[in-house]
Write a protein that binds this ligand. Structure first.
Ligand code: BF8
Length: 683
């Protein structure tokens, strides 16, 4: 089926989905539109159909429905009078105001999001420690350079004194065990401070200290949110947001940051890698094993298992020409960043990958896995394999192969064999959209350092120079999910294109990164097509894309570290709030996105969300988030559903910061091209 045929067919929706929009109106991605059409032809229901038939609750969407006790739910919709500035007398049974209810709900979203990221980090820390103690042979300490870099942040000595008083490097295994123990202790710590919070620029950290929001322990702050939001506890929206801040810092500068660090030490710090993206990466004549979820502990093992010659041979015996691995959601980003495994798609494409009829197994771990994949898989031969005891699926027929770090490689082999064994069972016509785009990913903040400066003079100074001289207007962090209440990928792509057109370099993670990849924005060549002249010149000279893929959602911590490096490089102020930078999540939907948004805001970043934010039912609380927080943390929330206006608001903020820094006058510096840098390295 060609795209033209899809569009023509879409003009006559079938009776069953008459109310639903045409596929071409549901996604900016042609491969997705094709597969929505295919699912409708086959009568396979997907999230796109359910979004058309079920409207969101119009009180929940305002954030003013309280169901924290059994006397409710108490629903406090915004009244015309309050909207127009009249007195707000709305109260729940206990007397909770709309502001209290909206703030409690917001705080609980932060708690859930921080818990998801941080529990991921805890799992990584446990496996890291098992590897360091040699309790598992499947994982090894790979990146000793990064281990030595992070150890001092955990107060771990990396040198010892020799007999003659000389300074010697301490045994790597000893360092790794101590880092693992100290890292794991950050979760259960009851007093003191999460040690990685100190990585923030000094004025930012000092402000947090002054405000009393440096997290004491990662878990403690999450538990305290749940306590404070129980009926009859914290009934002051400002106080609730202070605790949300503690928990969110414990996520971004704690749980997520430690997860990223330890994953890099275990699996290697990412450096630029080529690959491709979209459903077209599936191969009709191969065993297709799609890895979906978030934790690289499992996917790293599957990558190794699938590359074993005996596995490839076994696949041949079953009639396939090989094994094609691909990823969905943040697992996709993790294995792309380190191994170049292609991206099959982002959040809203998970059901559609199965609709191709080519997926022999989809293996899932935790987070962003839609229960309905099990129902869709029932219509095909696809096996859904759950692997984590925390995340099982009751719908449909799924297989559970429990993943344990002590038997990780054996578990991974079982999963690969299950996929291979299922290849001969394909029972429907295979239709794979012939659409995929090339990409370059792998821009850890260390890789950006290298690309901009070279090994011997790695530095963010060239980036700062180009911001100061005006070639680059500023930095946009654009991240986050897909959301079935808005056109798939459209918000992501419009915001990003508008930013780079205006010379704003974009750092991306999560499902935004996948949207950009599919649209070809992760290639150096795209700079000449989409960028303003200044950014295009920098990308061409340095050989980087205008949109830098920094990893999964947990890797938003890399963006915090990149911002910190920019501050350190000098010339752009003393803290993150001074930078000409802004954040965005155009199609957010998960609670993790709220935790991420909040840690960016309290780190000093103006952060705009798209679609909707469940705070509109309380104008007082909304005003606190959108306006008052700036005076406390330097950053603030905003909402803008129109993607062009959304990007323009970010650009206006970047301009405001440029003016405050006195950067209106263009200053020239000479750009170093690749040849010049190599010459310098060789010298
Ligand atoms: O953690 S961007 S839909 S996949 S929550 Fe989920 Fe959102 Fe995608 Fe990754 Ni992040």
């Amino acid at each position: 089926m060609t795209i033209e045929e899809v569009k023509a067919k879409s003009a006559e929706p079938k009776e069953k989905v008459k109310k639903a929009a045409k596929p071409s109106e549901l996604s900016a991605d042609a491969a997705t539109a094709m597969m929505i059409e295919r699912s409708r032809e086959m009568g396979v229901e997907t999230i796109f159909d359910r979004a058309a038939s079920m409207k969101p609750c119009n009180i929940g969407v305002q954030g003013t429905c309280c169901k924290n006790c059994s006397q409710g739910p108490c629903r406090l919709p915004l009244t015309k009078d309050v909207e127009q500035g009249g007195e707000d007398t709305r109260k729940g049974l206990c007397g909770a105001t709309a502001s209290t209810i909206a703030a409690r709900n917001f705080a609980r979203m932060v708690a859930a999001g921080a818990a998801a990221h941080s529990d991921h980090g805890r799992g990584v820390a446990e496996t890291f420690l098992a590897a360091a103690r040699k309790e598992t042979h499947d994982y090894k300490i790979k990146d000793t350079k990064k281990l030595l870099e992070i150890a001092p942040d955990f107060d771990v000595e990396i040198t010892v004194e020799g007999e003659g008083g000389e300074v010697l490097q301490r045994d790597i295994d000893e360092i790794a065990v101590e880092v693992g123990e100290k890292a794991l202790a950050q979760w259960g710590q009851q007093e003191g401070e999460v040690c990685t919070a100190k990585r923030a620029p000094k004025p930012l950290y000092e402000n947090w200290k002054r405000l009393g929001v440096v997290p004491r322990g990662i878990d403690r702050e999450i538990v305290e949110i749940m306590h404070r939001t129980h009926i009859g506890v914290d009934q002051d929206y400002e106080n609730l947001i202070s605790q949300s801040t503690r928990a969110a810092i414990g996520d971004g500068w704690g749980g997520s940051m430690i997860a990223t660090d330890l994953q890099d030490v275990l699996f290697g710090c990412p450096y630029p890698v080529k690959s491709s993206a979209n459903l077209g990466v599936l191969k009709e004549d191969h065993v297709n094993l799609v890895i979906h979820g978030h934790e690289p502990l499992l996917s790293e093992m599957i990558v190794t298992a699938a590359e074993m010659p005996e596995m490839v041979e076994y696949a041949r015996q079953k009639g396939a020409n090989g094994i094609q691995l691909s990823g969905i959601c943040c697992t996709a980003n993790e294995i792309l960043m380190r191994h170049g495994v292609p991206l099959a798609g982002n959040f809203l494409q998970q059901e559609l990958a199965i609709v191709t009829g080519a997926v022999d197994a989809m293996v899932v771990d935790v987070q962003c896995i839609m229960e309905n994949i099990a129902n869709v898989a029932e219509c095909f031969h696809t096996k859904i394999i759950t692997t984590n005891p925390k995340a099982r699926i009751a719908s449909g027929h799924t297989i559970h192969i429990e993943f344990d770090e002590h038997t990780a490689f054996e578990d991974a082999k079982k999963i690969v064999i299950t996929a291979i064994d299922n290849f001969p069972n394909r029972n429907k016509e295979v239709i794979i959209p012939k659409l995929s785009s090339p990409l370059i990913a792998g821009f850890s903040y260390e890789a950006i350092n290298y690309h901009l400066g070279g090994t011997f003079r790695g530095s963010y100074t060239p980036l700062n120079d180009n911001i100061i001289n005006g070639r680059i207007r500023g930095i946009g962090g654009v991240v986050g999910c897909n959301n079935a209440r808005t056109m798939h990928d459209e918000g992501h792509l419009t915001v990003v294109k508008e930013l780079i057109k205006n010379d704003v370099i974009v750092l991306t993670t999560g499902c935004n990164a996948i949207a950009c990849a599919k649209a070809g924005l992760l290639t150096p060549e795209s700079a000449g097509v989409y960028c303003g002249p200044g950014l295009a010149e920098v990308c061409e000279t340095v050989g980087i894309p205008p949109v830098l893929h920094m990893g999964s959602c947990v890797d938003n911590s890399r963006i915090l570290m990149a911002a910190t490096e920019v501050v350190k490089a000098g010339g752009l102020g003393k803290t993150i709030a001074d930078l000409p930078a802004a954040g965005s999540a155009p199609e957010w939907m998960s609670e993790k996105a709220i935790s991420i948004g909040h840690y960016f805001v309290v780190s000093g970043v103006y952060t705009v969300f798209g679609v909707t934010l469940p705070v509109s039912g309380s104008p007082v609380f909304e005003d606190y988030l959108y306006n008052k927080l700036e005076g406390i943390y330097g950053g603030m929330w905003d909402l803008e559903a129109d993607p062009i206006k959304h990007a323009q608001k970010m650009i206006a903020h970047i301009n405001k910061k440029r003016n405050a820094l006195g950067l209106d006058k263009r200053r020239e510096r000479v750009l170093m091209d690749m040849a010049a840098r190599q010459k310098l390295e060789a010298a």
